[in-house]
Design a protein around this ligand. Structure first.
Ligand code: JHZ
Ligand code: SAH
Length: 395
């Protein structure tokens, strides 16, 4: 029986966060075929072609977690819960980015791992204990020597970016204390399929985890999930609470519920993924027809939130600067650059959307609530948004 089944072809795609400067847009860009696979043995969904961590995460990395209030609030609430319920003596964060989670903890008890030196500098400058390196066994051994074990390890939106999961979990096993807790937070495959958010696949997201796949992988390291929180973050994420198998903490009902929901939806079956592929192809057709309709009426369209996710949508649907005039984004390192592959200029968000804009393509659709609140004036004046999930539509 074949193990890895290719079910979705998202075409030629650049690296998702590789924003171009002016001199680069005239040159030929490197693109790679983005194919998504399902492993019918361990149920893991992954992209076929992967890149070295250095190619994706280096000292030019533009993403900053702090650009959204929603994320800051979510991290703050989790930190409060951790302090109240787990009260760890030492915390390790893998993929600490600009310190949005870490800043909620005392500097003396927390260590962050962030390989992008430009991003890590932000926390280092604030005297946080952060290490500008990739999480791997060599680093874990050094950390163990220097800091001893950790009773809490947290990692959000990072483990899915590291190809060698064996190395990731061996390293976690090494530094996690005997009764330690590992909290892993990542987009949910179940929600991705339900909401047709195929843009969760891009050249950076190597895996989109489910309970079914993750629990299979964790077993090898004598780790297991004892609790799952379903979050609305990033269009539906799961927060998995993980412990050592011999730790007596009770397995909560939320785990059984998630297992049932995923099994019922068919996350363990090949056919589910081919149905998803069909919906993705329909979604592409519909989105293109919406853009064509707006353009035929000579409407002005801009983008809001130049996301890694929108790199997939724009390149897959061939939407470039002929259709979208420009993007607005609050991230300094994206401003005055151009979107990967589709070369749409990114302007600095200076507050509000210009009155002459008819339609706004919502690249950061996962922060719809936060953005709609902020853009009340534009909405009141009749401004409209284009969104692709769960089905492409104008709102
Ligand atoms: P956002 C990145 O994905 C890459 P992206 C990465 N692979 C990952 O997993 C997730 O993050 C966690 C802007 N914005 O978070 C800021 C506004 O301009 O959806 C960001 O550029 N105004 C590591 O890129 C972008 O939108 C606003 O009001 O898909 C949001 O990016 C808000 C709220 C955001 O992640
Ligand atoms: N945890 C934050 C940041 C997510 S962005 C949040 O949820 O918002 C993913 C981060 O993981 C990036 O800052 C990236 O540099 C980091 N990362 C990528 N590969 C890594 C690795 N091998 N080890 C540690 N961090 C890594």
């Amino acid at each position: 029986m074949k193990k890895k089944i290719e079910f979705l072809d998202l075409g030629q795609q650049p690296l998702a966060n590789y924003y171009l400067n002016k001199s680069q847009i005239k040159k030929k860009e490197r693109k790679y075929r983005l194919i998504v696979c399902f492993n019918n043995q361990n149920k893991l969904v992954s992209i076929k072609k992967t890149f070295s961590s250095k190619m994706m995460f280096n000292n030019k990395y533009p993403y900053r977690s702090s650009m959204s209030q929603t994320m800051q609030k979510s991290f703050k609430e989790l930190a409060k819960k951790i302090k109240n319920k787990i009260n760890p003596k030492k915390i390790l964060e893998i993929g600490s980015n600009d310190g949005s989670f870490l800043k909620n903890f005392n500097k003396n008890i927390s260590v962050g791992i962030e390989p992008c030196a430009n991003v890590e500098k932000i926390t280092k400058d604030q005297k946080f204990n952060t290490i500008p390196e990739y999480w791997n066994l060599k680093l874990a051994r050094n950390i163990l020597k220097k800091h001893g074990n950790f009773d809490l390890i947290y990692s959000a939106n990072t483990i899915s970016h590291i190809k060698d999961l064996n190395d990731v979990f061996k390293s976690i096993d090494l530094v996690l204390s005997k009764n330690g807790i590992f909290i892993l937070e990542d987009p949910s495959l179940l929600e991705c399929l339900k909401r047709n958010t195929y843009d969760q696949f891009y050249n950076e997201h190597i895996y989109v985890f489910s309970y079914l796949s993750l629990s299979n992988i964790l077993k090898k390291y004598y780790l297991e999930i004892y609790k799952i929180e379903n979050l609305d973050i990033h269009g539906g994420s799961n927060r998995y609470f993980i412990k050592r198998i011999n730790n007596k903490i009770k397995i909560e009902n939320s785990v059984i519920k998630q297992k049932k929901a995923e099994t019922k939806y068919g996350l363990g079956k090949e056919s589910t993924y081919f149905k998803f592929k069909k919906r993705v192809e329909e979604s592409k057709k519909k989105l293109i027809s919406i853009f064509n309709y707006c353009k035929s009426k000579n409407k002005k369209i801009i983008g809001y939130g130049a996301t890694a996710k929108s790199t997939t949508i724009l390149n897959y649907c061939n939407i470039d600067d002929q259709t979208i005039d420009y993007f607005l984004d609050t991230t300094k390192d994206k401003q005055n650059k151009y979107t990967p592959g589709t070369k749409i200029k990114i302007h600095k968000y200076k507050g509000g959307i210009n009155k002459n804009v008819d339609y706004v393509f919502l690249g950061a659709w996962n922060f719809k609530r936060e953005i709609f609140k902020k853009e009340k004036k534009y909405i009141k004046a009749g401004g409209k948004f284009i969104i692709h999930t769960p089905h492409p539509k104008i709102i």
